[in-house]
Design a protein around this ligand. Structure first.
Ligand SMILES: [Zn+2]
Length: 332
């Protein structure tokens, strides 16, 4: 890998978890900047605006990675596609490559508390990333074709190509029963600046869900995506310098969804099984032996909650409670 001209840094673009419009934090999105090459992980609400506020240039974007297809990680993909023409995505030397989960294959069985409810798009109820991008263009075809014909814009295929991540042969993945089997990381992307590896993580019933690791000349960064406690994230992060991990305040969850109605019980089950509590983030970072743990994807997203610091009770390294637009340099 070539030595990066300006070093490598992690930039937290947005740090809020959940599909809410917030005034204090933007939706979840992170950038890894290696010299003059830009890579993005997840595209939550406001990500494109945060890219601009961070002073990053889409002309330097080489690849994007989507951990899973919950809307709070993917909603700003539409803005990347539809505004990218005018925000320097046309300045990229080649199509930006976008990698993310393929189709789940089927809708999840109903949560035990909720049963089977009517769904949308029963003919294709669980499209993967490549299909999602295709459908976004279809939904906006009136605009896209107008801009191609009337504004002389390039065909979107020349700007961005989306790929479904293919699992290596032999990984016993099954969306309903084995969404995150023990496995080794595998390479999904490489160029002269980075090698990006993926591993399945536990965010059931959302599956497949991935965490990503960026190995650079200056060190390694792992981004957990959304996950419950899961050995695979430790496998991926072992030997890395920085672990960017999602977190929920488990006490807030129980306070928020008190009561015995089925929706409350289902929400508590989802938050406690498919996400990671504050003490567990510290335990995972300790197990993986990383130097720095960066908490992000805060649920709830409110700022200045001293409870986040309790992760340090289980981890001896550096703990960073992430804020939008934080910059964390890597150095060796
Ligand atoms: Zn999620």
């Amino acid at each position: 890998m070539a030595t990066s001209r300006k070093g490598t840094e992690l930039v937290l673009l947005g740090t809020a978890g959940g599909p809410r419009v917030r005034a204090d934090r933007a939706g979840i999105s992170s950038a890894v900047v290696v010299g003059d090459a830009l890579y993005l992980v997840d595209f939550g609400y406001g990500a494109c605006r945060q890219i601009k506020l961070a002073g990053l240039d889409l002309a330097e974007l080489r690849a994007g990675f989507v951990t899973h297809l919950h809307s709070d990680h993917a909603s700003d993909l539409a803005n990347l596609l539809l505004y990218g023409w005018y925000e320097n995505l046309e300045g990229t030397a080649r199509p930006v490559e976008l990698y993310g989960p393929g189709s789940r294959g089927s809708v999840p069985p109903g949560a035990a508390e909720l049963g089977e409810a009517a769904i949308v798009c029963p003919d294709e109820p669980a499209p993967g990333l490549a299909a999602m991008v295709r459908y976004l263009l279809r939904a906006h075809a009136t605009d896209v074709n107008d801009r191609i014909r009337d504004n002389g814009r390039r065909h979107p295929d020349e700007l961005l190509k989306a790929f479904d991540i293919e699992l290596p042969a032999g990984v016993p993945f099954e969306a309903d029963t084995a969404p995150a089997p023990a496995m080794e990381p595998f390479v999904v992307y490489r160029d002269d600046r980075v090698r990006v590896s993926a591993i399945l993580v536990w965010h059931a019933p959302m599956a497949p869900s991935y965490a990503f690791r960026f190995d650079t000349e200056d060190g390694a960064v792992v981004v957990s995506g959304d996950t419950g406690v899961c050995d695979n994230i430790v496998t991926l992060a072992t030997g890395a310098d920085v672990l960017v991990h999602e977190v929920i305040d488990e006490k807030w969850v129980h306070g928020q969804y008190h009561g015995r109605d089925p929706v409350a019980r289902a929400m508590i089950a989802h938050h406690t099984e498919a996400h990671t509590s504050i003490p567990d983030t510290g335990r995972i970072a300790h197990k993986a032996g990383v130097h720095t743990l960066v908490l992000t994807h805060f649920v709830p997203g409110a700022i200045d909650r001293p409870r986040w610091h309790e992760a340090a009770n289980h981890f001896d390294g550096r703990l960073i409670i992430g804020e939008d637009l934080d910059r964390i340099p890597l150095s060796r």
